[in-house]
Write a protein that binds this ligand. Sequence first.
Ligand SMILES: [Zn+2]
Length: 223
Amino acid sequence: MEHNTAAARDESRQPTAHDLEVLSRQLGRPVRDVVEIPARCVCGNPLVAATAPRLSNGTPFPTTFYLTHPVITAAVSRLEAAGVMNTMNDELTSDAGLAAGYRAAHEDYLAAREAIGRRSGIGPVPEIDGVSAGGMPARVKCLHVLVGHSLAAGKGANPLGDRALEMISEWWTADKCYCDGAWDTSGEAPSRDLSRHGPQGLPDLVGRPAPMRKSAGSTGAAE
Ligand SMILES: [Zn+2]
């Protein structure tokens, strides 16, 4: 039984061609170096993509868990805009228990990334040893990273990611599908990389709603 569950989990981690297309539609750009889908909607669509710890061009890539579902990214952006990260940072300096839990989340992140590197055949990436993401282990710099981690690792791994998930429950909960209408499903999936992200990957894209795509007016005239 346990073995079957593990096997099913391994299978659902593998990104299918359909998953990669959905990811590119969710983000409005093609995705690269996605090696696993660590969290899915109840309907099966990806919520989070796991990027290889070393990209195919050789660049070390510390940010493993990338929140892709536009409903969740938008909801988390609302928290950021409301100043939730400031509150969390204040708490991290005054609450030793929370700070310890957050350091443990950092360690969990590193271990999860190492496991992904092992499963995907990439192996160790010494350049990013001890470097996680989102401001961990001591600060909160990107809530999307923490929520991506919480969704990938499950409840209990990241106290601040878990809390952010509770705070967005007005807009998204794990028990329901929010995919309908959340991204453009018409026309071809994005095939040109419009992102400008550097090796850290995040500032330009994670944390923002998927960019709107212009409808293909030039080729749609036949309709
Ligand atoms: Zn769904």
